[in-house]
Structure formats: C-alpha cells, structure tokens
Ligand binder design. Structure first.
Ligand code: AMP
Ligand code: MG
Length: 423
C-alpha cells in the first residue's frame, strides 16, 4: 500500500482535476490515496474474526490433511499389483474408517476396504471405488483401467506445514473460519474494528416514532447506511439527525472526528446547502466538495479531519446507497486494513435499451438472471429516480454504464455488479 497523502497531494497527482466534473475513477483514486489504514491489532476467538481483515499472515503449523487418505469409499490397493488389461483379484485383509486406521501393513496381492477420509493403509497408493469392483467373499476383483494414485488425497495438499495459509489483509469469511479451524487455531490476530460515525442532516427529517409534520419525511438514510456499515463489519456509531444549522453541524463533526475513524453523513452537500457545510468543514480539516460525473450521486464531499476520513454523501436515498457502494465501501475496507478485493463485473445481455451519454458513469438498478440457454441477461427494474428507494429493493444488481460508454440497445452487453457481496 502506498503511504497516505494529504488531500492536496492526492489531488495534485491527478491530471485534469476539476472538482465540478470529477470522473468516478478520479474520485476513487483520490480517496484511496488519502485514507489511512488502522494499525492496531487484537487477538480474537476465531468466530469473532468473521468479516475482519487478518492482521498478519497465518502460517500453517501442520499439514492438512495430516496423512494421505482416501477421497472415496472403496478399496485401497497397491497399483503395481493390478494387471493392465485384465481383472485382478486381491485379498481383502481389513477395513479402515475415517479416524480408525488399518493398523497392519499390506503385502503384495492385498487390499483394504476404505471409507472416505480413512488414512491410506501402509503400502497402498491407489483407491478403487466400490461401485466398479466385484466382491467375492474375502476377495475383491478390480477391473482394468485404474490410474496410479487415483482417489487419494495427499498429505498437506490443502494446507502445507510452514506455508502461509492466509495472507495479511484477507477478510475472514466462512471459508477462512473453516481454514483457521482446520489448522487448530482457536484465536487469530485481526485488525482492530473500524469505528464509523454516521448521521443524517436536514430540518425536514424525523426519526422513527416522531409525528410527521407538513413537508417532513422519515430519515431513511440512517437505516440504509446502518445496514451497509453492519455488513462491512465495522462498529457503526449512530449520531442521529443533525439540523441544518452550522453550530449543530460543527458539534456533530467534532464529536464524530474525536470518536471515529471515519464519518459518513448524508444530505447537505447539494448546491444551496453546501455553503454552510463548506464553512464549517473548512474550520475542521481538509475537505473538497465535488460534483461527480455520475448518476445518481453527483454532489459529494470528501476530506480528512486528522486521521478521520469524512464522506459527505448526497441526501437522496438511492444516491446514498450508490455513492456508499462505489466510494465509501472500498475506502472503509482499506482503512480497516483489508487487501483490495474488487467486486467482479458480470457481463450480461441487456434486454432493454438504456439512454446514456458518454462523459459520466451511470448506475441503473437491474435484475440479473440466466435465460433458458444459460446466458446472463439483465433488465432495468422500476423507476430509476434517485429518490426511489424501492428500485434498490426490487433489484439484484447494479448495471454500470461506464464513463465513456454511450446508449445501450437491446441485445448489447453491459457490465453488472451483483448485490450479493456488494451490500
Ligand atoms: P439534500 O442533499 O440534503 O438537499 O437532500 C436531497 C433530498 O434527499 C431531499 O429531498 C431530502 O429531503 C432527501 N433526504 C435527505 N436526507 C434524507 C434522509 N436521511 N432520509 C430521507 N430523505 C432524505
Ligand atoms: Mg438537506
């Protein structure tokens, strides 16, 4: 990872920086340079590591599996015994189960009945699956055509002793929990949990339980933000609704910067509201106000107060989710100490047309599915207005119409990012 830069330095690295027409990729590049990963680590019980980045490499203290063992139910044999083009009869001298090995040795002409996971009996090297043999009392007849070493799992083939099983920065998911357990670790070192303060701004916002006056709306951004932060595995600190008032905003920002590694606010960055936000922020730290060449989204503030990063997202509910996913998510993961793990695009055939002009990135809510022939298709869902949160709920993916891309005709390929994993 490169050393973090000040906002001015990061901006200075970009050619053609225009805060009023910033491409998505330019904004992402600035943010990536400015955020500071947390250093501190702690040891936690394995299950508590779920969702958190590893603080160091995890080196395997053992071979997994610890022994060569059978991958199937069948018979362990000595391959050299088998005739190349005729059936071979072998004497069955015992049975081995997973966790109950065959104790003796095997001699030429002998086979051992083995269950999946059983340690390969001494002298045997190949497993013949039970479905292809014929059993005749204490003898088993193996047909020709077996391969040497087949159906045998090798010692250390999953994880080799002394080798890094997992690298620092890997976010622990279900597979990693299983890997850590298979190495016998009851605890693991992860980065300390990132603290993220979030609040909504707006005089029109009411919290749940309050009556709605004329022109009021319930605050929904704190709920979508809570959900997205929770999924990232950070400590989300809910700071409520902050009124459109410079003193209230300054107090909230100071408290948040004191208590958290990152601040995410919504609203108050659009033209007309940005002015007092701008004045308040200028007193606290380094902040830039951007108009991003994207839809939905557009206005956004980004900055740093000490080592605390600040993301001022737009107020519209869909814009909040989109800007969170495409700017804040990766930044918070980086701050949390996670290695970059870009979400993959899925290329799908668009069932409908998208009107789009080059020069901005558009994020459309879509529904991704396989057609009868197994090809991926995507269609737009619902109304795409940035205030219409229902479209997020009805979608299973984001259709990403890239900066330079023009209109899309039915049948054209488009890039999508599935919500699963994204939110
Ligand atoms: P703003 O960016 O503050 O001008 O807000 C843009 C639009 O989003 C306005 O219609 C606001 O009422 C609405 N809005 C802002 N914040 C929220 C919120 N937390 N919950 C619901 N709507 C909001
Ligand atoms: Mg507002």
């Amino acid at each position: 990872m490169n050393a973090p830069q000040t906002l001015a330095e990061a901006i200075g690295c970009l050619s053609g920086y225009d805060p009023d027409a910033l491409a998505v990729e330019q904004a992402r590049a600035i943010i990536e340079r400015v955020v500071v990963p947390v250093e501190a680590a702690e040891r936690v019980a394995v299950r508590a590591a779920l969702g958190r980045p590893l603080a160091g490499d995890v080196v395997s203290p053992i071979d997994v599996p610890a022994n060569d063992n059978s991958a199937m139910d069948g018979y362990a044999v000595r391959f050299a015994d088998l005739a190349a083009d005729a059936p071979t009869a072998l004497a069955v001298v015992g049975t081995a189960f997973a966790g109950r090995p065959f104790e003796g040795n095997t001699a030429p002409g002998q086979a051992v009945r083995v269950m999946t996971g059983a340690v390969m009996p001494a002298g045997t090297d190949t497993v013949v699956v039970q479905e292809v043999v014929t059993r005749d009392g204490e003898r088993v007849v193996v047909p020709p055509g077996q391969r040497c070493g087949q159906h045998r799992r090798l010692r250390g083939e999953d994880l080799g002793r002394g080798r890094p099983a997992l690298l620092a920065g890997k976010r622990v998911g279900p597979a990693e929990l299983g890997l850590l357990a298979s190495l016998g670790f009851a605890e693991v070192a992860v980065r300390r949990r990132l603290r993220v303060a979030f609040f909504s701004t707006g005089d029109e916002l009411r919290s749940l339980g309050e009556p709605l006056g004329p022109g009021d709306v319930y605050d929904r951004n704190r709920y979508t933000l809570f959900g997205m932060l929770q999924r990232l595995g950070v400590d989300a600190i809910d700071m409520g609704v902050v009124r459109d008032d410079p003193d209230a905003l300054e107090r909230a920002m100071r408290t948040a910067a004191h208590n958290a590694d990152a601040i995410v606010s919504s609203g108050g960055v659009s033209v007309g509201e940005a002015d007092f936000t701008r004045q308040v922020m200028a007193r606290l730290g380094d902040i830039a106000f951007w108009t991003i060449a994207m839809r939905p989204g557009r206005p956004m503030a980004f900055g740093r107060i000490g080592n605390t990063s600040y993301f001022g997202l737009p107020g519209n509910p869909v814009a909040v989710m989109v800007t969170f996913q495409f700017f804040v998510r990766d930044a918070l993961l980086r701050q949390a100490g996670a290695a970059p793990a870009p979400l993959p695009f899925v290329r799908a055939r668009s069932l409908g047309a998208f009107r789009k002009r080059p020069g901005r990135t558009e994020y459309q809510r879509g529904w991704l599915e396989c057609d009868a022939g197994g090809a991926m298709t995507v269609r737009s869902v619902g109304s795409q207005g940035s205030g219409i949160l229902r479209s997020m709920s009805e979608a299973n993916c984001m259709v990403v119409l890239h900066h330079a891309q023009g209109s899309v005709e039915p049948g054209d390929p488009v890039d999508c990012i599935a919500f699963d994993g994204l939110v």
